[in-house]
Design a protein around this ligand. Structure first.
Ligand code: TYM
Length: 334
């Protein structure tokens, strides 16, 4: 069986970009009996950008409840918190010792910080860069390699990290024993980069997200904020350059999308397009949103599921880590 694995950083409220780019393809794959799947809350990753303990704890609950509300079958998939699996951080250290600094210098998140300092005229290009941020891709490689993932469903922004994980796996296999599978990113052209309210990538850091399970009222308000061009009602609209159409079509079936495409070409007004998108999304999200709200009021159930997931994950990671230790010449624990 091929292994599918993906994680979400617990530093914010899950949004439509996370859902379409990662959670939906992951849940779809987990329903296929040809795969075994591992999905997790990347709470160690959250500490890199968020030092607000209440936020990290709340985000973990929200992200866990989101996967469950969307119908993840936790009898089939292994669903866990990264921090419940100590072998991941152990592996991360061993991988660090094989990872060249030059490779990490090229990581997008690190480079973005350096560029921001340079643009601001700050002579200390590493100002504000922690070791956590710098070695983030090593921890992510450990997440992936610990469970020998073959396929990693993600959005475009994560592709580089999965290539780095392959590189690191190759170095370990070469230096010691070929213990690690080489993972591949699974990215879908249509969903790899979901735009946010302002048309840039939907992202917590741009403050342009639509939370997947916000209230109906908030959903309406946010959709009304989506940036459009200045074409008047009656003028043909370009569906392929419209965030409104893109979001609509990703929730719609083919036929519904083609009807809406036609309406764009025929000059639907932006106000109407927003109203249609709101009503459509709201109707699709009502049921999982209700389930989400129930789970957020029943956190004991969520916690019990995560505990069970941790046990399942450790049944893999504990014996595997013994092999890694032996391969590296370190005494196994048992
Ligand atoms: P994170 O938490 O930023 O995002 C979670 C997932 O959502 C995808 N995504 C998007 N996809 C399409 N359009 C968007 N606008 C959009 N915004 C976010 C991301 O690409 C990602 O797949 N480092 C990772 C979490 C992580 C991980 C892993 C992922 C830690 N370890 C191991 C896979 C495997 C992150 O910060 O994703």
């Amino acid at each position: 069986k091929k292994t599918v694995l993906t994680g979400i950083t617990t530093s914010g409220t899950p949004h439509i970009g996370n859902y379409l780019g990662a959670i939906k393809p992951a849940i779809n794959a987990s329903q296929n009996d040809a795969f075994q799947s591992f999905f997790f809350l990347a709470d160690y990753h959250a500490l890199i950008k968020c030092q607000d303990p209440a936020r990290v704890a709340q985000s973990s609950r929200e992200i866990a409840a989101t996967w469950l509300a969307l119908g993840l079958d936790t009898d089939k998939a292994t669903f866990y918190r990264q921090t419940d699996i100590p072998q991941i951080t152990e592996l991360s250290w061993i991988l660090s010792c094989l990872t060249s600094k030059g490779l990490m210098n090229r990581a997008h998140a690190y480079k973005a910080s350096v560029d921001a300092n340079r643009d601001a005229g700050n002579p200390d290009l590493d100002d504000g860069v922690t070791m956590g941020l710098f070695s983030y891709p090593v921890l992510m490689a450990a997440d992936i390699l610990m469970f020998n993932a073959d396929i990693v469903p993600v959005g475009k922004d994560q592709i580089q990290h999965i290539e780095m994980a392959r590189d690191v796996a190759g170095r370990f296999n070469h230096a010691y024993e070929p213990l690690f599978a080489l993972p591949e990113a699974q990215v879908d052209e249509a969903t790899q980069l979901i735009p946010g309210l302002d048309g840039r990538k939907m992202s917590k850091s741009y403050d342009n997200t639509i939370p997947l399970f916000c209230s109906s009222d908030q959903l309406r308000k946010l959709i009304n904020q989506i940036v459009t061009d200045i074409k008047a009602p009656g003028e043909p609209k370009d569906p392929d350059n419209s965030t409104l159409f893109q979001l609509y079509s990703l929730f719609a079936n083919e036929q519904e999308a083609s009807v809406m495409r036609q309406r764009f070409l025929e000059g639907i007004g932006w106000g109407d397009a927003k109203k249609e998108l709101f009503e459509f999304l709201d109707s699709q999200l009502t049921q999982p949103r209700n389930r989400y709200n129930e789970l957020m009021n029943d956190l004991g159930t969520v916690e019990a599921i995560l505990q069970k997931g941790a046990e399942k994950a450790k049944a893999v990671s504990e014996p595997f880590m013994e092999k890694v230790r032996i391969a590296a010449g370190i005494r196994p624990l048992n």
